[in-house]
Ligand binder design. Structure first.
Ligand code: SAH
Ligand code: MG
Length: 212
């Protein structure tokens, strides 16, 4: 089922980097993955735009969405760079801080109860993690270092039959950075994943269930 109108309204109102068609594909993946009755994990919370969709699907299925971000912004979101938003700078410390905006987004969507937010670096959080996951959504740092660490840190926790979703996959370098595309290729070439859907730059892959 598509997200409820109030969820879509909250999604549209939230700052972030996901168009509606990709958001609907993410929500559909989250709905499917939530049937495994395992948590859904996002790397790259930013202001919660995509988190809302994971959380709405999690709520319907009675599971939890977990979202990880240090909330200091990626390289391209720093002052002077293309995706900088000056309204997200904490003047007291002189750094980006997307945590307050994220909390407002989640509150306005009525989804606080269904989300656990981890504030910290993705590889460090992954190193402490031990539970199986129904979905891993990689939308954090877009350098090779970050995208690779997200893949290596979280994908081992993805349950068989679970979904790996990767954002900002651009096969043509003219369209964007290549790190998420390289992670996507790596997943496919591992032989452990089959492709489920392609929506603009959003790719959904399924971890092949283990043979009996
Ligand atoms: N999913 C969001 C957009 C995420 S933008 C949306 O749909 O709107 C990428 C986010 O990843 C930024 O907020 C940045 O702070 C975070 N990030 C980048 N590298 C990270 C890392 N190594 N650990 C944790 N968060 C990271
Ligand atoms: Mg993205």
């Amino acid at each position: 089922m598509p997200p409820k109108p109030e969820i879509l309204a909250a999604f549209e109102a939230a700052k972030g980097f996901m168009p509606l068609d990709e958001g609907l594909a993410l929500h559909a993946a989250a709905e499917e993955a939530a049937r495994l009755a395992l948590p859904l994990l996002e790397v790259g919370t930013y202001c919660g735009r995509s988190t809302i969709l994971l959380a709405a699907a999690a709520r319907e299925a009675g599971v939890t969405a977990v979202t990880v971000d240090h909330h200091r912004g990626s390289e391209e979101q720093q002052p002077g760079w293309e995706y900088h938003d000056a309204s997200l700078v904490d003047e007291a410390v002189g750094r980006m801080d997307t945590l307050p905006a994220f909390r407002r987004t989640l509150h306005q969507a009525g989804l606080e109860e269904h989300v656990v937010a981890i504030v910290g670096r993705s590889p460090l959080a992954a190193s402490l993690w031990a539970a199986p996951l129904g979905l891993v959504f990689i939308d954090g740092g877009h350098t090779d270092e970050h995208a690779t660490a997200d893949y290596e840190g979280w994908v081992p926790h993805l349950a068989p039959g679970g979904l790996l979703v990767i954002h900002d996959v651009f096969p043509d370098p003219a369209d964007g950075g290549q790190a998420p595309y390289r992670v996507y290729r790596r997943a496919l070439e591992s032989g452990e994943f089959t492709e489920v859907s392609v929506t603009r730059s959003l790719r959904v892959l399924r971890r092949v269930p283990v043979a009996a």
